[in-house]
Design a protein around this ligand. Structure first.
Ligand SMILES: NC(=O)c1ccc[n+]([C@@H]2O[C@H](COP(=O)([O-])OP(=O)(O)OC[C@H]3O[C@@H](n4cnc5c(N)ncnc54)[C@H](OP(=O)(O)O)[C@@H]3O)[C@@H](O)[C@H]2O)c1
Length: 331
């Protein structure tokens, strides 16, 4: 028998635990080229807010009464595939469930469990680390001594961006929502400056004081008023990457300042991206991240809840900014 969490209904404005239901079900049939994975950790991601809603997005919404879509890591315990063998470990689209029947199209990577703790393959060495690398290194193209500003600086993507920027010789500024997270950003992730944006009356002016020459790379995960304040502090030739919009409602899209003149005057570039477009480079980027992880240059904080049934509550938690590090569920 399997235990899984299914989506019961679509959200209205806020995400609540009662959108989901924990059920027992038979394990799916294992057809040719498929294999059975015993899932050990599943990921909880802000993107899930979009995946369960039927507002237009980059992927089809999760169907009602289907297993909740998620990344996971686990061990193959039965296989009808030539390429995936029993006792191998995989990372991929395993879903919020204890046992997942998949074929190789659902798998991003086979991993060696001796290289790093399994859970790291969902955060700093997984989707979040790959996202940080793609957005910062491929799109912002940081140069030594650039000033890099990161929103959700203490979070899973944000903390990786801050550390990658330091590896590339940049000065880093983080924005986050509590003094505890500020302390973590400084002591653990090596940010040069961190601002608790909730305590700021005039964020734009505070940024002006700590970055008088302006921001060269802006890695944005939130949108909204933090975005507006940073846009008032760009350096000439700034690169802005739109990674997430967790601070904005998806519908209706809130109105904000028009950035046309800012981009013109600063000769700045702005670009959105999806990590899904980097899946063909997953292994290449993973190997770079793993090297820095082993050298101790990339560290991460994890917020792990226990038991599959805690997954919906963990999603509500991250959407309220209450997680301290990568949000995971241990099965
Ligand atoms: N483009 C892509 O392909 C891609 C891939 C993965 C993730 N992302 C995006 O990257 C961002 C970070 O994801 P993550 O997995 O690393 O999560 P995370 O940062 O570990 O956790 C989410 C954080 O978002 C902030 N937050 C939550 N609600 C907010 C609100 N209403 N307004 C402003 N901030 C809020 C909180 O940080 P503070 O306490 O610091 O405010 C919270 O801790 C998200 O926007 C996500 O959608 C994009």
């Amino acid at each position: 028998m399997n235990t899984k969490i299914i989506l019961k209904k679509r959200p209205s404005e806020t995400i609540t635990e009662d959108l989901f239901q924990n059920i027992n079900d038979e394990i799916d049939e294992i057809r040719d080229n498929h294999f059975l994975v015993e899932v050990e950790y599943v990921s909880v991601d802000p993107a899930m807010r979009g995946w369960i809603s039927d507002v237009g997005n980059y992927s089809e919404p999760v169907n009602i009464n289907s297993t909740m879509r998620s990344f996971g890591v686990g061990k193959i315990i039965f296989s009808k595939s030539k390429n995936f063998k029993v006792n191998e470990y995989v990372v991929g689209w395993l879903g919020w469930q204890k046992f997942s029947v998949v074929d190789e199209n659902k798998i991003q990577l086979k991993i060696d469990p001796k290289s790093a703790p399994l859970s790291k393959n969902l955060g700093i060495l997984g989707l979040n680390g790959i996202t940080a690398y793609a957005g910062l290194i491929d799109i912002c193209k940081p140069k030594k001594n650039d000033v890099v500003l990161v929103t959700t600086a203490a979070g899973s993507v944000g903390s990786a961006v801050g550390q990658l920027a330091k590896i590339y010789g940049c000065r880093t500024i983080g924005l986050t929502s509590s003094d505890k997270k500020v302390a973590m950003c400084k002591s653990k992730f090596g940010y040069d400056e961190v601002i608790n944006y909730k305590e700021e009356n005039d964020l734009s002016n505070s940024l002006k004081k700590i970055a008088p020459n302006g921001i060269d790379c802006f890695f944005d995960n939130v949108g909204g008023t933090q975005f507006d304040a940073v846009m008032e502090n760009l350096n000439i030739k700034a690169r802005i990457v739109i990674c997430g919009t967790i601070g904005m409602s998806s519908f209706p899209i809130p109105l904000g300042p028009r950035v046309n003149r800012t981009l013109l005057i600063k000769r700045a570039k702005i670009e959105g991206f999806l990590v899904l477009d980097y899946f063909n480079k997953y292994k290449e980027i993973y190997n770079k991240l793993l090297k820095w992880y082993i050298q101790g240059k990339l560290v991460s904080e994890e917020d792990i809840s226990d038991g599959l049934e805690s997954a919906p509550g963990s999603l509500v938690k991250i959407l309220n900014g209450l997680n301290l590090g990568k949000q995971l569920v241990k099965l």
